[in-house]
Write a protein that binds this ligand. Structure first.
Ligand SMILES: C[S@@+](CC[C@H](N)C(=O)[O-])C[C@H]1O[C@@H](n2cnc3c(N)ncnc32)[C@H](O)[C@@H]1O
Ligand code: SF4
Length: 377
């Protein structure tokens, strides 16, 4: 089971908080689509003919692509990879792009069968704080139109911990999500990434800073409300009704293999991890794989163990010491069981046989706990 990620870096404007690789200029648009197809061909052996079960158009803003561009990319994938006939194909979309005409074209002309919609908030003042280009009405309309056309496998992203987002507004955002009857939610705490506009504006006291207490309150509300509505908290930022887990993201979280094409995209095939160059110009001009792939590293056992602990602890499947023993060896299994005791005593991790999972209290400190279990002799 493998996944394929296609990075579309175009955005209409840069959101204050975002540090993903994005470009506003459309100067390289045509060359870029050709370069992506070229890279898809160059990377075709990376997955060693494993079946591709998921294709994910991520961004940036993949909904800026025309249906012809989407079709030509999917055709190139089909020609070069062993694609499952039941493949999940997700398109990340921004609400201002999802007109009923565009959605109808996607429905009639492409095999896209899942949308991930970057709503972030249904309130205009929160969206203005984030410097999003859309407003709350765009967000509601986009969901409404997508559902009307029968796109039921629809997920939205909501951000919490925005200083303008009171607890009451956060509850209403969640209620709006529930009222639409959607089967999946990704919800992230607003993170002030270094060198973003958000950091600069907060440092200059031009906008309100994020507050940890508020973020914790919002996370508690999120866990409580989604649980009440029957959502499974299957990854620290992801909630789904049964049968609607993101197949693509589950590949990342379960240590599966994936190839990523496009500037800044990552790939992992169990043995190596590689990163593509973060430059549209260099990416479009590169003719050979060595110029596209900026860095390639052979993972040490220690790195693989640390990654497994980090990702598995964030999921509802948990971290399995049998897996640690079988894959990384007895030394790592012993190390883990000794280190994890302190978190069990604090009721932050619970153990059932060989499986260790974060408790409700532990979920608030997921990253710190994982770091405490890292091996770094
Ligand atoms: C990089 S975006 C790409 C998809 C689309 N362009 C969008 O904005 O929704 C993927 C998700 O990551 C979230 N994200 C990016 N940076 C973040 C940050 N610093 N804090 C919280 N969420 C963030 C975005 O809001 C979005 O929901
Ligand atoms: S639209 Fe998405 S990818 Fe583009 S800048 Fe905003 S958050 Fe980043």
């Amino acid at each position: 089971m493998a996944g394929l990620y296609i990075h579309i870096p175009f955005c209409r404007q840069k959101c204050h908080y975002c540090n993903f690789y994005t470009v506003i200029s459309q100067r390289y648009r045509k060359q870029f689509i050709s370069a992506l197809k070229h890279e898809l061909e160059l990377q075709k052996n990376y997955l060693e003919n494993q079946q591709v079960n998921t294709i994910y158009f991520g961004g940036g803003t993949p909904s800026m692509l025309s249906t012809n561009e989407i079709i030509s990319l999917i055709d190139t994938v089909s020609l070069n990879y062993n694609v499952n006939s039941d493949v999940e194909i997700t398109l990340e979309a921004n609400p201002d792009d999802l007109s009923s005409d565009y959605l109808r074209q996607i429905k009639n002309e492409t095999p896209i069968n899942r949308f991930s919609l970057g709503v972030q908030s249904f309130y205009d003042d929160d969206l203005a704080y984030l410097n999003r280009i859309h407003n709350g009405k765009h967000a509601r309309n986009a969901i409404y139109e997508a559902l009307k056309l029968g796109f039921n496998n629809l997920t939205i992203d909501l951000i919490y911990g925005i200083p303008t987002l009171t607890n009451e507004k956060w509850k209403t955002n969640l209620q709006t999500f529930f009222d639409f009857g959607l089967p999946h939610l990704s919800s992230y705490a607003l993170t002030v990434e270094p060198k973003t506009n958000l950091q600069v504006l907060i440092d200059k006291q031009k906008i309100a800073p994020t507050l940890e207490d508020q973020t914790v309150d919002h996370f508690e509300i999120l866990l409580e409300q989604t649980e009440k509505k029957g959502f499974i908290h299957y990854e620290i930022s992801n909630f789904a009704l049964p049968g609607y887990y993101s197949k693509h993201n589950s590949i990342y979280w379960l240590g599966g293999h994936y190839v990523g094409v496009g500037p800044s995209a990552h790939s992992f095939n169990g043995k190596t991890r590689q990163w593509n160059v973060k430059s549209m110009k260099q990416y479009c001009e590169a003719q050979i794989i060595d110029q596209i792939v900026l860095e390639k590293e052979q993972l040490t056992t220690e790195q693989q163990y640390n990654e497994y602990v980090m990702t598995s602890l964030r999921t509802s499947w948990g971290c399995d010491t049998e897996h640690i023993y079988n894959v990384f060896g007895e030394k790592y299994a012993r190390f883990f069981t000794e280190k994890v005791e302190q978190y069990i005593r604090k009721n932050q991790i619970q153990q059932v046989k060989s499986i260790y999972k974060l408790t409700h209290a532990g979920k608030l400190f997921a990253d710190g706990i994982a770091a405490g279990l890292f091996h770094d002799f």
